[in-house]
Write a protein that binds this ligand. Sequence first.
Ligand code: C2O
Ligand code: CU
Ligand code: CU
Length: 510
Amino acid sequence: MRLQRTLEKFVDPLPLLRTLKPKRKSKRKTFYEVAMKEFREKLHRDLPPTRLWGYEGMFPGPVIETHKDELVEVLWKNELPSRHFLPIDQTLHSVAGNPEVRTVVHLHGGATPPDSDGYPDAWFTNGFKQTGPDFRRKVYEYPNEQRASTLWYHDHAVGITRLNVYAGLIGMYIIRDNEEESLNLPKADYEIPLIISDRSFNEDGSLFYPSQPDPPLEDGPNPSVVPFFCGDTILVNGKVWPYLEVEPRKYRFRFLNASNTRNFELSLDSGQSFYQIGSDGGLLEKPVKMKTINMHPAERVDVIIDFSRYEGGEIILTNDTGCGGPFDPEKDAKVMQFRVNQTLREKDSSVIPNRLSKLPLPPKQNIQTIRHLKLVGSQDEFGRPLLLLTNRMWDDPVTEKPQLGDTEIWMFMNTTAFPHPMHVHLVQFQVLEHQAFDLERYNETGELVFTGPIVAPSKSERGLKDTITVPPGTVTRILAKFAPYAGRYVWHCHILEHEDYDMMRPFDVQ
Ligand code: C2O
Ligand code: CU
Ligand code: CU
């Protein structure tokens, strides 16, 4: 039975995420073990405990914190039951005939060697009893040879990523470096990860995830993949609409949108601005004052919020956009609450620096290849939407093969009616520009006619990105240097219902 009432807002405190302790640490490397486990947890005061799957039995999982150039090794262990508790569509790629519960972990935003990147077919089951065709190693290696940034880890198993992530398999991964540490940003108790996601519930507290599109298929697979998923409840750090008690001072918040489909347009109802200092690939050049922050799935936004003039105030983090239908104020409008009711423990000496960093952008001089990559809508034999990249299915032969060290322009051309947050593994790229084209004309005649000027990336898109939203009827160009590893990676839409069917493709760095 679907939960009918809306849960009361701001009755539970925001959970602060625990940092994972290493098993062993030597000069050369730091070794962790992380077990994926089933567990039950109360996600709201008025909900019975919810069955979840989480790294170390937590949702979200523990934060892994590291420093640039520290070699981190993780033994990711699957200790999950053998049956899934969410509806699996047997018609998707590599699902039928394979074990129901398969997992593989990807470090999103990391420059990771290919055999540790969590290739979707490198899955493994409980105790590594069965492994997928591309499974290579049990212990994953993360060299962390990249600048300070907010990354995250999540499940990436082929055909069921949307379900494994929805069940709770997500966590944050923070890389620090000397440059960032020299900036005197708010830190320790004043630096807080905020992982936002949406879920729906049944009366008994269990997660609701549809087994059929709406309206249901007349004649098709049951359960079936759905074209998108929008939860009716918003969670931060695994609690429904929580509150956080803060001091009247500056805080640094690392936002991550870990939802399957939902995007957010975040503002503060006090009317104050965020100071954005970083995005997917680390610090921006300088802080950007923003009234509204847009976040599509998988994007990270690093901000400073200054509560110093709001002593005694209650500030709501609001959201201005609906999901999959009209905006519903009850379900969509609020994310969490800040209560500025704590006494200032000591003078706030942190700063919002004028300059943050010099961006290590990919070199523009030697562009070896320009790829035209179409995002295409199609239909399958059951009349379900099937989304494709370059009109190919996931398991068609590899067509994108950059040379190691090459710089390329990838042009994502969105011929569908929806925005898609496009993600490329291995690299942090530069967004060059967006340009709108006549979508109707293109879909009728195949002619590409631009209807607007070349638009520069927005201020917050000017940092390094690993995920960029391509609006409908738009060409978005990105510049990426394919290094430092050769091997097989993937690029895909990060709406997980799209990624699973079938908006994901391999690429080879060779
Ligand atoms: Cu966050 Cu390939 O994924
Ligand atoms: Cu990724
Ligand atoms: Cu998509």
